[in-house]
Write a protein that binds this ligand. Structure first.
Ligand code: ATP
Length: 198
């Protein structure tokens, strides 16, 4: 069984993914796949260099994230070009990875952690989606603490994403991660049972 997992920034996706893995699930991490398409030798990186120029590379041929960020940060059209290059490849690689895992291991739960699952319209890849939820104030506090951000910076990051309440409304299952870790662990165990995995 394949399940999408998402939430807001710093809501606890990695924490909850790790709890599922501890129970025996397998994990597909969309961030790893997204980074992979920008590694040397990948055709997506080659296409990006073709479009934006060699300045997006460091001398050793790896991506210069700061340089690329500088180009797309203030230029909506450039960002659109970058997204058009990367998104289809990321979507394809997520699909290939999760279906290969399912074939290899048909009895296991496969958790696919995708931070911007709804924003990137990847929800149609999944029959079931779990949202890791914390109220906005908790999300802000944890984000400021983890990343050493001011309230203004953290608010800016949150506001660039879909509202967490909207994600909660769209979810098939919700894990509330606002309390103690043991409470989160308990909800993961309950969902595990509900999915018939025990
Ligand atoms: P991102 O997508 O932004 O990388 P995430 O959704 O994967 O984040 P985590 O990294 O799992 O979120 O958690 C965010 C922060 O909150 C971390 O510093 C983590 O240690 C902390 N955290 C997670 N769950 C809890 C909890 N139940 N109680 C207290 N702190 C928590």
């Amino acid at each position: 069984m394949i399940m999408g997992l998402t939430g807001g920034i710093a809501s606890g996706k990695s924490t909850v993914s790790a709890l599922f893995v501890a129970k025996g699930a397998r994990l597909v991490d969309a961030d790893v796949i997204a980074r992979g398409v920008m590694l040397p030798g990948h055709p997506v990186l080659a296409a990006a260099v073709e479009h934006f120029g060699q300045t997006i590379l460091l001398p050793d041929g790896t991506l210069n994230r700061a340089a690329l960020g500088e180009i797309v940060f203030h230029d909506q059209a450039a960002l659109q070009v970058l997204n058009n290059l990367t998104h289809p490849a990321i979507r394809q690689e997520i699909k290939e990875t999760m279906y290969a895992m399912e074939e290899e291991d048909p009895q296991s739960l496969i958790v696919v952690d995708i931070p911007l699952l709804y924003e990137s319209e990847l929800d149609n890849l999944f029959k079931k989606i779990t949202v890791v939820y914390v109220p906005r104030e908790v999300q802000l506090t944890r984000l400021m603490e983890r990343n050493g951000l001011t309230l203004e910076q953290a608010t800016g990051r949150l506001d660039a994403q879909m509202d967490i309440e909207e994600k909660r409304r769209r979810a098939d299952y919700v894990i509330d991660n606002s309390g103690e870790l043991t409470h989160t662990e308990q909800q993961v165990a309950e969902l595990w049972d509900r999915l018939g995995l025990s």
